[in-house]
Write a protein that binds this ligand. Structure first.
Ligand code: OGA
Ligand code: MN
Length: 247
């Protein structure tokens, strides 16, 4: 299954030094998707903002909290298992990559998937329905990223050429901590607790104005509490790049 001529997704998607993100970028604001189910409460207690958000008033914390959403227990245990059952045979054939010092990701293997079995398609449809408004064009391929227990993701902004306003990620097998750091005002940071089986939605300002990273096992702490890391598989849906960035 070759989906891109040479799969170097992490390199293609990300730039460690996101210079090319235009300052004048006009991001069409998207409305919060309409979700009726009561269980899908956005868990702001899973987001810990740095003191700068409370001291300084340069950056609106409510804006960030609108644009970074976490839903705990989004997946049931059985949905998590069914997703893994489908991707594991393929992932197992790949080797974790550790030694490319310039990669945005350390200790990972990854793939993209277009076709999913019926149960998993239903699960992914739930993700897409909550993360993207109906009129937004989504990338058909789903990105599967497998981080080894010692794996981590360095700060980066996903390249605007490959991804639009919204990134929606499921976390499987392990809790982890994602850190957002404002790209221009580095004191404005947010730690996000990504529990196993949670869904996060990172969009607009959270996606364009902040780098994101997944902390390594030694730094994996949320609100002074250790968050033990194990192997973590994320399943990520994105929308199409904005028209001005398409090739
Ligand atoms: C990425 C990324 C986050 C995740 O692949 O660009 O930031 O949840 N992944 O795995
Ligand atoms: Mn990313």
């Amino acid at each position: 299954m070759v989906l891109r001529s040479s799969l170097k997704l992490s390199a293609a998607l990300k730039s460690l030094n996101p210079k090319h993100v235009s300052k004048n970028l006009l991001i069409s604001e998207i409305n919060a998707p309409k979700v009726s189910e009561k269980s899908l409460v956005n868990k702001t207690e899973n987001i810990h903002l740095s003191q700068a958000f409370y001291n300084g008033k340069e950056i609106d914390k409510d804006k960030l909290l609108q644009d970074m959403l976490v839903y705990e227990d989004f997946l049931t245990e059985s949905e998590e298992k069914t997703l893994l059952d489908e991707i594991e045979p393929y992932l197992k054939r790949l080797r974790y990559e550790f030694d490319h010092w310039d990669d945005a990701i350390h200790g990972y293997r990854e793939t993209e998937r277009l076709h999913w079995n019926e149960d998993n398609s239903k699960t992914l449809k739930k993700v897409r329905d909550i993360a993207f408004p109906p009129d937004i064009a989504q990338l058909a391929h789903v990105h599967v990223l497998d981080l080894a227990p010692k794996g981590f993701i360095k700060p980066h902004i996903d390249a605007v050429r490959f991804c639009g306003t919204t990134i929606a990620g499921l976390s499987l097998l392990s809790d982890s901590v994602m850190r957002l750091v404002h790209d221009k005002k580095k004191l404005y940071t947010a730690d996000v607790l990504l529990k196993r089986r949670s869904l996060y939605i990172m969009r607009n300002s959270a996606r364009f104005d902040y780098t994101h990273e997944i902390l390594n096992e030694k730094e994996s702490v949320f609100n002074k509490k250790e968050v033990p890391r194990d192997r973590r598989v994320s399943i990520i849906c994105r929308n199409e790049p904005l028209p001005e960035f398409r090739d």
